[in-house]
Design a protein around this ligand. Structure first.
Ligand SMILES: *Cc1c(COP(=O)(O)O)cnc(C)c1O
Length: 226
């Protein structure tokens, strides 16, 4: 069942890459396994899925040792006092939404003698509860990366509004893409603007059309979370 779902999503991703003129293989699938048991995660891993996304530190801490080969992604709001628990192993933090959080991630990275790859989350939806930087705040961070040793900025992340209006979703994804393009001039030792994390089960095709490189898909792989 999980294998069939993964095959189906990969097919849809490939179709969208073709349809929108994206190079084949330019979009990577992150299987969002939050709330799902290890048995289902192992099933997906056995089917070849390597990247998994979680939105809670406790779940990452519980699941990571059971499948350390997996590339674990943090996609949910991260509290500064919990960074230390995921710092040793996290593959990519998508949800960096403040300068103080980035500072703490860098501090923990250095303690654990590694560089932690991060995406800066931009609030593209204008919904206050979604969180994230404004474009101006994001630029401010990118221009002052000497203040954040230990982190490597790999790109941006955003979430579109929860709506059926595809035009609204497309405009919000386009906004993230334009910010990403505008930040290319800031690339340097601590900034490699290469990834755009946008698109979920309901909207990843629109996200691919607008330039997504990482889609975060949960329910279409693992079923509804109830
Ligand atoms: C839960 C979640 C997803 C996956 O959502 P689905 O609709 O189940 O695909 C993607 N991104 C974030 C940040 C999430 O919290």
């Amino acid at each position: 069942m999980i294998r069939e779902n993964l095959n189906h999503i990969h097919f849809e991703i490939r179709q969208a890459e073709k349809k929108y003129g994206r190079p084949p293989g330019s979009v990577r699938l992150i299987a969002v396994s939050k709330t799902k048991p290890m048995a289902l995660i192992r099933e997906a891993y056995a089917a070849g899925q390597l990247d998994f996304g979680e939105n809670r530190v406790q779940e990452l801490v519980d699941k990571h040792p059971q499948l350390p080969e997996v590339r674990w992604h943090m996609i949910g709001h991260l509290q500064r006092n919990k960074v230390k628990f995921i710092a040793p192993f996290i593959h990519l933090i998508h949800s960096v939404d403040s300068a103080r959080l980035l500072e703490e991630i860098g501090r923990q990275a250095i303690l654990h003698e590694r560089i932690i790859p991060c995406l800066l989350q931009i609030n593209i939806s204008n919904e206050e509860q979604k969180g994230g930087f404004s474009e101006a705040e994001c630029r401010e961070v990118l221009e002052n990366m000497d203040q954040y040793p230990g982190v490597l900025i790999r790109g941006l992340m955003g979430m579109a509004e929860f709506t059926d209006d595809e035009k609204v979703i497309q405009a919000q994804f386009r906004r993230l893409r334009l910010a990403f393009d505008g930040f290319q001039t800031l690339n340097g030792p601590a900034v490699q603007m290469e990834e755009i994390s946008m698109g979920m089960s309901g909207d990843f095709e629109i996200a691919i059309a607008e330039g997504s490189t990482l889609v975060r898909v949960g329910s279409s792989i693992f079923g509804d979370r109830g």
